[in-house]
Structures are given as C-alpha cells and as structure tokens.
Design a binder for this molecule. Structure first.
Ligand SMILES: [Zn+2]
Length: 271
C-alpha cells in the first residue's frame, strides 16, 4: 500500500477507473449470459404449453353441440310449418247448404281443443279432444256416473273435415251410395264433431255396443238420458228428430256455454 500511496494522484485515479471499468464489463457480460440462457427456456416452454392446452378444450366442446343442433332442429321446424299450413287450409266452411239433413259446420281451431281421454287399446288406441269450454262439464258428468257404477267412455270427439271425409268415403263403400251413407255418418263439413262440442259416447262395460243402436240398451245410455242435461249435454239426433237424421243414441253435444249453444242455434237458424 506504500507503493500505491507514493504514486502520483492522476495515476491513482486511472488505476481505480480501470478496475471499475473491468468490473462493469465483466458484470455486464455475465448478466448478458444469464439473461440470454434463460430467455430461450421460457420461450420454448410457454408457447407449447399454451397451444396444447387451448387447442383441446376449444375443439371438443364446440364440435359436439354444432354436430347435434342441425340434425335435431331441422325436422322439428319442418313438421311445425306443415301443421300450421294444414290447419290454415282445413279451417274453412266447405258448404252453406244442408246435406241429407246435416247442417253445415265450420271446423274449429285445434288450439281450442283439450284432451278428454283415449279409446281402445294397443295399436288401435286413439286420443280424443273436446273444446275446452265443454271439458270440465264432461269430466264432472263422467265422475258423477262413475259414483253410481256407470262407466262412460268417449269414442270420438273433435274431428277435422279431412278425418270426416275419410269416414264418409268408407261409409259410402259400405252402404253403396252417398245418400245411404249420410243416414249413418255426416258428410265432411256437416259434422257436429267439427265444432269440438259434440262427442260419441259408449258404455265401458258393454264394448260391443259402441256406435250401434244397441247402445240404447246400456246402463250408460239410460243414465245419460236422465242426467246429461244437468251437465249441459243433450242428444243431437233423438228418434224422429226434425232434421230427419237417423237416431244416434251415442252422439251427444254440449250446449252448456253461450258459445256452444250459439254454434248449434246458428246452424239451425241458417236453414
Ligand atoms: Zn258422432
């Protein structure tokens, strides 16, 4: 240290400056080495991790719903539009004229109908509908009958003009002529069933008497002739009716609401 203290002042300064400069250069290169060796490690690992992680959840859950939605939605949309078109074309009066004693009736809207029960079993089972205004009265009537051991079953309720057309054509084949068929079944556009206020009934305990004159000899018919009126129902075609339609003991109509009564009164008064 003696040697250093004897050196001139300027040399001392230079010596210190050189040592500091070497230190700075060494330190700088070391830092560069560390930083450059770390960066590639991070750069290599992070992108591979993020790409593999994001690729899987994106592709799988999106692929599943997009593959299912088109196959399920298209048939539903098609059937919905077909139904709307059907009701539009069917909801028409096909005639204002009386046909073989049957008054003309417009087909009511399907949206006004409510399920009242089913008829037959297995492959023959079908579901029957009535106008919502008549449903509660019908249910009350069948429950009242059940309490005294009478089992009333709906055979046929609301019918479209298209359904009536099929029934009537089958009847023509059986009876031989339109006139003969009309004594048993109303021509399309002339059935009280189009209104949703009329229905055919049978006795659950005498299934062989469905839609036959033999229904007249059942407990259900006898009970109906006494009590149906209390619930707003009446026989449409009693024996020797003014319309001249054959006696139909099974065919009843609801006249217990203002709308229902008006539908049948208008049909009568228009003639
Ligand atoms: Zn009927």
């Amino acid at each position: 240290m003696r040697f250093f203290s004897k050196l001139p002042y300027i040399v001392k300064i230079l010596a210190i400056a050189t040592i500091v400069a070497i230190g700075v250069i060494l330190g700088g290169t070391l830092m560069m080495k560390f930083s450059t060796s770390n960066v590639p490690v991070q750069a290599k690992t992070s992108p591979t991790v993020t790409t593999t992680v994001t690729a899987q959840p994106n592709s799988e859950p999106i692929a599943l719903p997009t593959a299912n939605i088109p196959t399920n939605s298209t048939p539903l949309e098609i059937s919905r539009t077909l139904q709307i078109e059907k009701t539009k074309t069917q909801n028409t009066i096909i005639s204002n004229q009386i046909a073989y004693g049957h008054f003309p009736y417009a087909q009511a809207e399907r949206s006004q109908m409510m399920l009242i029960g089913s008829y037959a079993t297995g492959a023959d089972q079908r579901f029957e509908y009535l106008n919502t205004e008549a449903v509660q009265a019908f249910m009350k009537m069948t429950y009242a009958a059940r309490e005294v051991g009478i089992w009333i079953i709906p055979v046929s309720g609301f019918r479209t003009i298209e359904q009536q057309e099929k029934l009537f054509q089958n009847q023509i084949k059986r009876q031989g002529s339109e006139e003969a068929a009309a004594k048993i079944s109303a021509p399309p556009g002339h059935s009280e069933h189009h209104t949703g206020f009329a229905l055919d009934l049978t006795d659950g305990k005498s299934p062989k008497k469905d839609i036959t004159l033999a229904f007249e000899n059942t407990d259900a018919y006898r009970w109906l002739t006494k009590h149906a009126q209390e619930f707003g129902f009446e026989l449409s075609f009693p024996p020797n009716n003014k319309q001249g339609v054959s006696f139909e003991p099974w065919h009843w109509r609801y006249v217990g609401s203002a709308n229902a009564a008006a539908v049948f009164a208008n049909a009568r008064n228009q003639q």
